[in-house]
Write a protein that binds this ligand. Structure first.
Ligand SMILES: Cc1cc2nc3c(=O)[nH]c(=O)nc-3n(C[C@H](O)[C@H](O)[C@H](O)COP(=O)(O)O)c2cc1C
Length: 431
């Protein structure tokens, strides 16, 4: 018979029969309010809607679902979608999940430590925020909010060339917070503008230059074309329905600061694909050599870089490689960066820092990346879902979820440090 002894010492009886037969008065007598309070622990209701929403998000897919409910379809699709048939985008995620863990048991993981060395510093976790353009289109907190959330967690944030917040404004947003800022560069047709951006980033204290080499032309984003997406989003007959469905988004957008390309102030509005006119299809290795001469900080090459190109990059003076296929947003059917980690590690040797992005949705993906030979993982959509779901607090939540998942995975794997995970990587994962 289900029942028990409450703190008051009185015995109660919860058999179905008792409840079904007893009139309400008797139930109240059987279970006094005090007893019920002990049984059902009432949680205070949080009056903050954002906090409430985020509290219901327990992993990155929850954040994605929450984002989808709040953001107009064209904007959500811009983040969520990839190039052409989205084969690469799906394969990126699958490539991390194709691995199975073979944990070590009885390994005393009481003192497990997720901190990771990168470029002479120690990160609390091997996690970096990859560059994402047009960020204020997703939420008015924009790049400044993402940079603040990253700084709060001690993680590097990469500001995009296509940002909606200026270089100096992002630096000001995290001033005094001991933030690590990197600047992502598209090699531009307009060389003077490009040099200006690089010099301003150095001046503003950005410590790494991440040169993206997979965007010589814009990827074919079919969802954006279908949705007629412009930057900033405009009210066309096609978007009117989404306005009606997501009034909160439009209210935030219209009451926030104007959204535009911070580094291209002369461009008032553009379709996303038209912004590709800034990119330069004529780039080659000479551009990297010249950037190496201009940039004194850490130089990172970002793209789907194979073993031979990785060796060449190191010879050209590049400090680190960020294996990426732009989250499947550029060349569809491009090899998954997860599958490049081991061959590129073998090609460049143990001392060249390797980062990987594209497909990281869970802390376990970060563990796989490190076990395969990466030094750190970078995320794009994972934090953008957080931003769309709850602004800066949503980014914070995404970072908290991923780092917690990574720590738990480490412990369950039986490793106590990132160095241990990387050293024993080949014993810990299998396919
Ligand atoms: C909305 C969005 C905008 C992006 N903008 C840029 C950009 O401006 N420059 C760049 O190098 N990469 C950009 N990326 C690619 C990311 O830096 C990163 O490579 C990618 O998001 C990683 O894949 P994931 O989203 O599966 O984590 C963008 C990605 C997204 C989702």
């Amino acid at each position: 018979m289900p029942g028990g002894r409450l703190g008051s010492g009185r015995v109660f009886n919860l058999s179905r029969r008792n409840f079904a037969d007893a009139p309400a008065r008797r139930i109240v007598r059987i279970m006094r309010l005090r007893d019920m309070r002990e049984l059902v622990r009432l949680r205070p209701i949080d009056l903050d809607a954002t906090r409430r929403r985020l509290a219901g998000c327990h992993d990155v897919s929850d954040l994605r679902r929450a984002a989808r409910k709040r953001i107009p379809r064209p904007v959500f699709d811009y983040v969520d979608g990839g190039a052409d048939e989205e084969v690469a985008m799906a394969a990126n995620v699958a490539a991390f999940r194709a691995w199975r863990f073979q944990p070590r048991v009885l390994a005393d993981v009481a003192a497990a430590d997720a901190s990771a060395p990168l470029f002479g510093a120690t990160l609390p976790a091997p996690l970096v925020l990859a560059p994402t353009g047009y960020t204020m289109m997703m939420h008015p907190h924009g790049e400044a909010g993402v940079a603040r959330a990253a700084a709060r967690r001690g993680l590097p944030y990469t500001l995009s060339t296509m940002s909606t917040t200026g270089i100096e404004d992002v630096a000001a947003a995290v001033a005094g917070a001991d933030a690590t800022l990197w600047f992502q560069l598209y090699i531009l047709r307009d060389r003077a503008r490009q040099s200006g951006l690089v010099d301003r980033a150095a001046e503003a204290g950005f410590s790494a230059l991440v040169v993206t080499v997979d965007t010589v032309v814009s990827g074919n984003r079919v969802r954006d074309a279908r949705n007629g997406l412009t930057m900033p989003p405009s009210l066309t007959p096609g978007t009117v329905a989404s306005v009606a469905a997501r009034p909160g988004y439009w209210l935030r957008l219209l009451s926030g600061p104007p959204v535009g390309f911070a580094n291209f102030p002369d461009e008032k509005q553009s379709t996303i694909s038209a912004s590709a006119m800034f990119f330069n299809p004529g780039i080659d290795w000479q551009d990297i050599t010249e950037l190496r001469k201009r940039w004194n900080g850490t130089l990172i090459l970002k793209g789907p870089i194979g073993p031979a190109d990785a060796r060449r990059a190191v010879d050209a003076g590049v400090d680190a490689i960020q294996l990426s296929n732009h989250g499947g947003r550029q060349l569809d059917r491009c090899v998954a960066p997860a599958d490049l980690i081991a061959p590129v590690r073998e090609a460049v040797g143990p001392s060249v820092p390797l980062l990987v992005d594209s497909g990281i949705r869970h802390g376990a993906d970060i563990a796989v990346a490190l076990a395969l030979g990466a030094d750190a993982a970078a995320i794009g959509r994972a934090y953008m879902y957080g931003l769309m779901a709850g602004g800066e607090a949503g980014v914070d939540h995404a970072l908290s979820i991923l780092t917690r998942e990574f720590r738990t995975t480490m412990r369950l794997l039986g490793v106590t440090s990132v160095a241990d995970l990387r050293k024993r990587g080949s014993e810990l994962i299998t396919r």
